[in-house]
Design a protein around this ligand. Structure first.
Ligand code: ZN
Length: 215
């Protein structure tokens, strides 16, 4: 089986999904809603699936204000991080249907252990609105927040957290602990999980696969 996309571009990728024109693609435990580049039935790898998904989304922008629509903006931020060699995690902060903050992981570029996507997006949102109390705001992030970012969400009084993929090794919004819904704290955050989970985790998986290939 050859990936259609890689066959066209000369790239190499492990086949993970069967692409059906405008339909649902599935192979093993990797469900993916993609269209093959040629618009015909074919096979695609994880990397290609992300590219194809993005292309399809850019052709049909989701501006209905849905969680998936804003998560796509967070995914674009994550891609920016990946393009700079950073672990691809992206975030946006939304208030009243408007994006008031954006951020992507810049830990390496900034040499800053605090430069996680969520922290940068929260800072920008605070600067763009009324200060540190981000009441009525929703943070969209491609990966389950770590303990630091979960703490920041509580401290910023963020109303809702929407995330894509779970992080079993570092997530503190359900995986290793649950800072955002701890009843002992003076603020709790409403959580929506697994929004565009396949896209969010495919981006991370292909980033780490490429790192391993480089050795
Ligand atoms: Zn974090």
């Amino acid at each position: 089986m050859k990936c259609r996309y890689c066959a066209v571009t000369g790239r190499r990728g492990r086949v993970v999904a069967v692409a059906v024109a405008g339909g649902f693609a599935r192979r093993g435990d990797f469900p993916y809603h993609v269209r093959s580049p040629a618009g015909r039935r074919g096979y695609v790898c994880a990397e290609a699936a992300v590219v194809v998904e993005r292309t399809v989304n850019e052709q049909k922008p989701d501006r209905d204000g849905s969680d998936a629509g804003f998560m796509r903006l967070a995914l674009r931020e994550a891609e920016r991080a990946g393009a700079r060699g950073e672990v691809p995690v992206g975030a946006v902060v939304v208030r009243d249907g408007e994006v008031v903050g954006r951020g992507h992981n810049r830990r390496e570029i900034d040499g800053d252990p605090l430069a996680h996507a969520e922290i940068l997006a929260l800072r920008q949102a605070a600067a763009n609105t009324t200060g540190w109390r981000l009441v009525g705001c929703t943070l969209y992030v491609t990966l389950e927040p770590c303990a630091m970012c979960a703490g920041a969400l509580v401290n910023a009084r963020v109303e809702r957290l929407v995330f894509g993929a779970y992080d079993p090794k570092g997530g503190f919004c359900g995986s290793l602990g649950d800072v955002v819904r701890d009843p002992r704290l003076n603020h709790r955050v409403e959580v929506v999980d697994r929004v565009l989970e396949a896209e969010c985790s495919a981006l991370l998986k292909s980033f780490f696969a490429a790192l391993r290939r480089k050795g």
